[in-house]
Design a binder for this molecule. Structure first.
Ligand code: TYM
Length: 417
């Protein structure tokens, strides 16, 4: 990894050179030829691909070949629930929603509460599980098809996932984990094993279907190291290698490479009060000059401006309007204050809508969640052996987010059409 920037699943620092990352990670760029192919298959090219926000892939052509031959794929993506969801996390998820709508395919969504517990000193197991639930509300709020979407937490779908994870783990050496993730002797052993849990859902559709099912994993590029390993292991287990599509990072409001939960003042959370979000945007880093006079004379620098990036990534879909804003900025015709106010209005409108859907999602959780604890619940509902029920209740109270009396419908295995 080069010195000026660093991209791992747990840390992104410096100014990321994405072209270089493609080389270092060994992925492929999404070039114009692939975009045209995409258009041929789906009828259009989404904004996030036109703007090269989704810029890199693995085996996308292979996936499209399969699709065109009638072999449907499954989408797989996820979240490490260590806190509230921010706009950066929503980016790959919104794109995943576009993919589900376009290809009409199932989505497996993994909440890696185990990973976050293992990697964050201050996070308790209970809090990680409870963030799984909170973050799931954001996923559901985006409107995924409940009949085709399966959200699960590692800690509550462990029985299903673990069986695959051990098969993966047996085929990864410690030296590979060290080389890929930079682990050393002080790394806890849970983290060393964890990548096999993140691999497991890439094979789960095949295990459940009893035949190979192609999988596409939308993600920001920081997650790629996990799936490099998954892809190496896949043929050893007789599975297809999962395909991947990678996005760049929505920057923080301070202009740094990645919106990150470790700098809450420079991230917009889906749960932020509108006035809090507005305040954060008004304090954002821009490419403006020191004075209005100077800006009128010399113009701003959209390339380094966090506010402009927000228009580019999410909040200005119209290409002409985006170019017009850029032109006006460079020409000194528009000042940073105006640009920020306008963005704040758009972000607030977005948040208000999202928060409404997020509230509604609270009544829909059971339509989306899959878990291994269905059997436990069944037994609680039909208590024959009082002693055992008492034991189960105790265990569940201690370890699981779901409680006795919660009516919880657990979707069972998904069946391929
Ligand atoms: P996590 O919780 O760090 O991030 C969730 C998803 O959001 C992406 N992401 C971003 N995308 C754009 N701009 C940003 N500023 C930004 N910050 C984060 C991440 O790449 C990720 O796609 N271990 C994973 C959870 C996971 C997963 C997966 C992710 C499990 N299975 C399969 C992708 C695909 C994690 O901690 O993600």
């Amino acid at each position: 990894m080069n010195e000026e920037f660093k991209v791992t699943p747990w840390e992104v620092t410096g100014k990321v050179d994405y072209a270089r990352l493609i080389q270092e990670f060994g992925t492929e760029p999404i070039d114009d030829e692939l975009l045209q192919r995409w258009k041929h298959v789906t009828g259009s090219i989404p904004m996030a691909m036109q703007r090269k926000i989704f810029f890199s892939h693995r085996d996308l052509k292979w996936l499209l070949d399969k699709y065109e031959r009638g072999e449907k794929f499954v989408l797989y993506t996820g979240r490490g629930p260590s806190g509230d969801t921010h706009l950066g996390h929503l980016m790959p998820w919104m794109f995943t929603k576009y993919l589900q709508d376009t290809f009409d395919v199932p989505l497996y969504f993994q909440m890696t509460d185990d990973e976050k517990y293992l990697s964050k000193d201050e996070l308790s197991l209970k809090d990680a599980i409870s963030f799984s639930y909170e973050n799931a509300l954001d996923v559901i709020a985006l409107g995924f098809d409940p009949k085709k979407t399966y959200i699960f937490s590692d800690l509550e779908y462990d029985k299903t996932l673990y069986r695959i994870a051990v098969e993966v783990a047996k085929r990864i050496t410690f030296s590979t984990a060290k080389a890929v993730f930079g682990f050393d002797s002080s790394t806890n052993i849970g983290m060393i094993f964890f990548t096999s849990m993140q691999s497991a859902p890439a094979f789960l559709p095949s295990v459940q279907a009893g035949r190979n099912v192609p999988v596409l994993i939308p993600q920001a590029i920081d997650q790629d190291p996990h799936f490099r390993i998954t892809r190496d292991v896949a043929p050893k287990l007789g599975f297809y290698k999962p395909a991947a599509i990678h996005c760049t990072f929505l920057p923080s409001l301070a202009g740094s490479a990645k919106m990150s939960a470790s700098l809450p003042e420079t991230a917009i959370y889906t749960t932020d009060e509108p006035k809090t979000a507005r305040k954060k945007i008004l304090s954002a880093f821009t490419g403006g000059r020191v004075s209005v006079e100077e800006q009128r004379k010399m113009g701003g620098v959209p390339d380094v401006c966090a506010v402009f990036q927000y228009y580019y990534y999410v909040f200005e879909e119209d290409r002409e309007k985006l170019s017009e804003r850029e032109r006006k900025c460079v020409g000194g015709e528009i000042m940073c204050g105006e640009c920020k106010q306008d963005l704040a209005d758009r972000v607030v409108r977005f948040l208000e809508k999202h928060q409404e859907k997020r509230e509604e999602a609270k009544d829909k959780v059971l339509d989306y969640v899959v878990s291994d604890y269905s059997a436990v619940y069944d037994r609680l509902k039909r208590p024959q052996d009082k002693k055992e029920v008492a034991r189960l209740k105790k265990t569940m109270k201690e370890y699981y987010s779901v409680k006795e009396g919660d009516s919880i419908l657990i979707k069972r295995t998904w069946e391929l059409e």
